[in-house]
Design a protein around this ligand. Sequence first.
Ligand code: AMP
Length: 194
Amino acid sequence: MLNILIFGPPGCGKGTQSEFLVDHYNLKHLSTGDIFRENIKNKTDLGIKAKTYMDQGQLVPDFITIDMLGKKMQSKTGFNGFLFDGFPRTIKQAESLDDFLLKINQKISMMICIEVPKDELVKRILKRGEISNRADDQNKEIILNRIKVYKDQTEVLKDYYQKQNKFFNVDGMATIADVKEKIFSLIDFYQKES
Ligand code: AMP
Protein backbone atom coordinates (compact mmCIF):
# COMPACT_ATOMS: atom_id res chain seq x y z
CA MET A 1 0.00 0.00 0.00
CA LEU A 2 0.95 3.62 -0.49
CA ASN A 3 0.18 5.63 2.65
CA ILE A 4 0.80 9.32 2.12
CA LEU A 5 0.69 12.07 4.66
CA ILE A 6 0.08 15.50 3.14
CA PHE A 7 1.29 18.14 5.52
CA GLY A 8 1.71 21.88 5.98
CA PRO A 9 0.12 24.95 7.58
CA PRO A 10 -3.53 25.87 7.07
CA GLY A 11 -3.98 27.38 3.61
CA CYS A 12 -0.91 25.75 2.07
CA GLY A 13 -2.97 23.83 -0.51
CA LYS A 14 -3.27 20.38 1.09
CA GLY A 15 -6.93 20.02 0.14
CA THR A 16 -6.37 20.98 -3.50
CA GLN A 17 -3.42 18.63 -3.94
CA SER A 18 -5.24 15.83 -2.07
CA GLU A 19 -7.92 15.75 -4.76
CA PHE A 20 -5.29 15.11 -7.45
CA LEU A 21 -3.55 12.44 -5.36
CA VAL A 22 -6.72 10.56 -4.47
CA ASP A 23 -7.71 10.31 -8.15
CA HIS A 24 -4.32 9.49 -9.58
CA TYR A 25 -3.13 6.94 -7.01
CA ASN A 26 -6.54 5.61 -5.95
CA LEU A 27 -6.14 6.53 -2.29
CA LYS A 28 -8.71 6.76 0.48
CA HIS A 29 -8.82 10.41 1.51
CA LEU A 30 -8.98 10.94 5.27
CA SER A 31 -9.26 14.65 6.01
CA THR A 32 -9.98 15.15 9.70
CA GLY A 33 -11.12 18.74 9.06
CA ASP A 34 -13.63 17.53 6.43
CA ILE A 35 -14.88 14.76 8.71
CA PHE A 36 -15.40 17.23 11.57
CA ARG A 37 -17.22 19.66 9.25
CA GLU A 38 -19.49 16.86 8.00
CA ASN A 39 -20.31 16.01 11.62
CA ILE A 40 -21.02 19.65 12.42
CA LYS A 41 -23.37 19.84 9.43
CA ASN A 42 -25.20 16.73 10.63
CA LYS A 43 -25.25 18.00 14.23
CA THR A 44 -23.77 14.77 15.63
CA ASP A 45 -22.35 14.59 19.18
CA LEU A 46 -18.87 14.56 17.68
CA GLY A 47 -19.67 17.64 15.59
CA ILE A 48 -21.04 19.53 18.59
CA LYS A 49 -17.90 18.73 20.60
CA ALA A 50 -15.50 19.61 17.77
CA LYS A 51 -17.18 22.89 16.84
CA THR A 52 -16.22 24.79 20.00
CA TYR A 53 -12.53 24.11 19.32
CA MET A 54 -12.68 24.67 15.58
CA ASP A 55 -14.45 28.01 15.92
CA GLN A 56 -11.51 29.24 18.01
CA GLY A 57 -8.87 27.81 15.70
CA GLN A 58 -7.78 25.36 18.43
CA LEU A 59 -7.07 21.69 17.94
CA VAL A 60 -9.84 19.28 18.79
CA PRO A 61 -8.49 17.18 21.73
CA ASP A 62 -6.38 14.19 20.76
CA PHE A 63 -8.62 11.54 22.33
CA ILE A 64 -11.59 12.67 20.23
CA THR A 65 -9.61 13.02 17.00
CA ILE A 66 -7.66 9.78 17.34
CA ASP A 67 -10.77 7.75 18.12
CA MET A 68 -12.55 9.18 15.09
CA LEU A 69 -9.62 8.53 12.75
CA GLY A 70 -9.19 4.96 13.98
CA LYS A 71 -12.81 4.21 13.12
CA LYS A 72 -12.41 5.70 9.65
CA MET A 73 -9.42 3.44 8.98
CA GLN A 74 -11.38 0.26 9.50
CA SER A 75 -12.31 -0.24 5.87
CA LYS A 76 -9.23 -1.17 3.87
CA THR A 77 -10.43 -2.51 0.56
CA GLY A 78 -10.98 -0.92 -2.83
CA PHE A 79 -8.05 1.48 -2.76
CA ASN A 80 -4.24 1.44 -2.86
CA GLY A 81 -3.59 3.21 0.42
CA PHE A 82 -4.57 6.08 2.69
CA LEU A 83 -4.05 9.78 2.16
CA PHE A 84 -3.92 11.50 5.55
CA ASP A 85 -4.79 15.19 5.25
CA GLY A 86 -4.76 17.34 8.40
CA PHE A 87 -3.82 14.36 10.56
CA PRO A 88 -1.60 13.89 12.52
CA ARG A 89 -1.28 17.34 14.07
CA THR A 90 0.44 16.34 17.34
CA ILE A 91 3.11 13.83 18.33
CA LYS A 92 0.47 11.83 20.19
CA GLN A 93 -1.60 11.60 16.99
CA ALA A 94 1.46 10.54 14.98
CA GLU A 95 2.24 7.77 17.47
CA SER A 96 -1.36 6.58 17.43
CA LEU A 97 -1.31 6.57 13.64
CA ASP A 98 1.81 4.40 13.67
CA ASP A 99 -0.01 1.98 16.00
CA PHE A 100 -3.14 1.87 13.82
CA LEU A 101 -1.03 1.18 10.75
CA LEU A 102 1.12 -1.43 12.47
CA LYS A 103 -2.01 -3.37 13.41
CA ILE A 104 -2.80 -3.76 9.71
CA ASN A 105 0.84 -4.39 8.76
CA GLN A 106 1.22 -0.97 7.23
CA LYS A 107 3.34 2.14 7.70
CA ILE A 108 3.52 5.71 6.46
CA SER A 109 5.31 5.71 3.10
CA MET A 110 6.14 9.40 3.01
CA MET A 111 5.24 12.79 4.43
CA ILE A 112 4.95 15.57 1.87
CA CYS A 113 5.09 19.04 3.36
CA ILE A 114 3.89 22.06 1.36
CA GLU A 115 5.73 25.18 2.53
CA VAL A 116 4.09 28.62 2.23
CA PRO A 117 5.04 31.85 4.09
CA LYS A 118 2.67 33.19 6.74
CA ASP A 119 1.51 36.36 4.91
CA GLU A 120 0.51 34.35 1.89
CA LEU A 121 -1.37 31.84 4.08
CA VAL A 122 -3.46 34.59 5.66
CA LYS A 123 -4.24 36.05 2.23
CA ARG A 124 -5.25 32.69 0.80
CA ILE A 125 -7.43 31.67 3.73
CA LEU A 126 -9.28 35.02 3.79
CA LYS A 127 -9.92 34.61 0.06
CA ARG A 128 -11.20 31.05 0.59
CA GLY A 129 -13.40 32.40 3.41
CA GLU A 130 -15.28 34.54 0.89
CA ILE A 131 -16.74 31.38 -0.64
CA SER A 132 -16.16 28.55 1.87
CA ASN A 133 -18.71 29.55 4.53
CA ARG A 134 -16.15 28.42 7.10
CA ALA A 135 -16.23 30.68 10.15
CA ASP A 136 -12.58 29.84 10.86
CA ASP A 137 -11.63 31.14 7.38
CA GLN A 138 -13.27 34.54 7.82
CA ASN A 139 -11.69 36.02 10.92
CA LYS A 140 -8.08 37.16 10.81
CA GLU A 141 -7.49 36.58 14.54
CA ILE A 142 -8.66 32.99 14.25
CA ILE A 143 -6.58 32.41 11.13
CA LEU A 144 -3.49 33.73 12.92
CA ASN A 145 -4.29 31.47 15.85
CA ARG A 146 -4.50 28.43 13.54
CA ILE A 147 -1.09 29.29 12.11
CA LYS A 148 0.31 29.71 15.62
CA VAL A 149 -1.13 26.35 16.70
CA TYR A 150 0.54 24.81 13.63
CA LYS A 151 3.89 26.36 14.61
CA ASP A 152 3.58 25.43 18.29
CA GLN A 153 2.10 21.95 18.16
CA THR A 154 2.20 20.54 14.65
CA GLU A 155 5.38 21.64 12.89
CA VAL A 156 7.47 19.44 15.20
CA LEU A 157 6.13 16.48 13.21
CA LYS A 158 8.52 17.37 10.40
CA ASP A 159 11.32 16.16 12.70
CA TYR A 160 9.33 13.10 13.65
CA TYR A 161 9.19 11.96 10.01
CA GLN A 162 12.59 13.36 9.05
CA LYS A 163 14.15 11.01 11.60
CA GLN A 164 12.51 8.14 9.73
CA ASN A 165 13.72 9.53 6.35
CA LYS A 166 10.12 10.05 5.26
CA PHE A 167 10.04 13.84 5.08
CA PHE A 168 9.82 15.63 1.70
CA ASN A 169 9.47 19.34 1.14
CA VAL A 170 7.62 21.11 -1.68
CA ASP A 171 7.54 24.84 -2.46
CA GLY A 172 3.88 25.82 -2.12
CA MET A 173 4.45 29.20 -3.79
CA ALA A 174 4.74 27.49 -7.16
CA THR A 175 1.63 27.16 -9.33
CA ILE A 176 -0.93 24.49 -8.44
CA ALA A 177 0.12 22.50 -11.52
CA ASP A 178 3.82 22.71 -10.62
CA VAL A 179 3.18 21.67 -7.00
CA LYS A 180 1.17 18.74 -8.29
CA GLU A 181 3.91 17.69 -10.70
CA LYS A 182 6.56 17.91 -7.98
CA ILE A 183 4.49 15.80 -5.57
CA PHE A 184 3.72 13.20 -8.23
CA SER A 185 7.39 12.91 -9.14
CA LEU A 186 8.35 12.40 -5.47
CA ILE A 187 5.76 9.64 -5.11
CA ASP A 188 6.67 7.99 -8.42
CA PHE A 189 10.33 7.97 -7.42
CA TYR A 190 9.45 6.47 -4.04
CA GLN A 191 7.39 3.72 -5.70
CA LYS A 192 10.16 2.91 -8.16
CA GLU A 193 12.75 2.61 -5.39
CA SER A 194 10.71 0.55 -2.95
P1 AMP B 1 -8.48 21.82 8.51
O1 AMP B 1 -9.67 21.66 7.63
O2 AMP B 1 -7.51 20.68 8.38
O3 AMP B 1 -7.83 23.17 8.38
O4 AMP B 1 -9.01 21.73 10.01
C1 AMP B 1 -9.95 22.67 10.51
C2 AMP B 1 -10.01 22.55 12.02
O5 AMP B 1 -10.42 21.23 12.39
C3 AMP B 1 -8.69 22.75 12.75
O6 AMP B 1 -8.41 24.12 12.97
C4 AMP B 1 -8.96 22.01 14.06
O7 AMP B 1 -9.79 22.75 14.92
C5 AMP B 1 -9.77 20.81 13.57
N1 AMP B 1 -8.89 19.68 13.23
C6 AMP B 1 -8.70 19.13 12.00
N2 AMP B 1 -7.82 18.12 12.04
C7 AMP B 1 -7.44 18.02 13.34
C8 AMP B 1 -6.52 17.18 14.03
N3 AMP B 1 -5.81 16.23 13.40
N4 AMP B 1 -6.37 17.36 15.37
C9 AMP B 1 -7.08 18.29 16.02
N5 AMP B 1 -7.93 19.13 15.43
C10 AMP B 1 -8.12 19.01 14.10
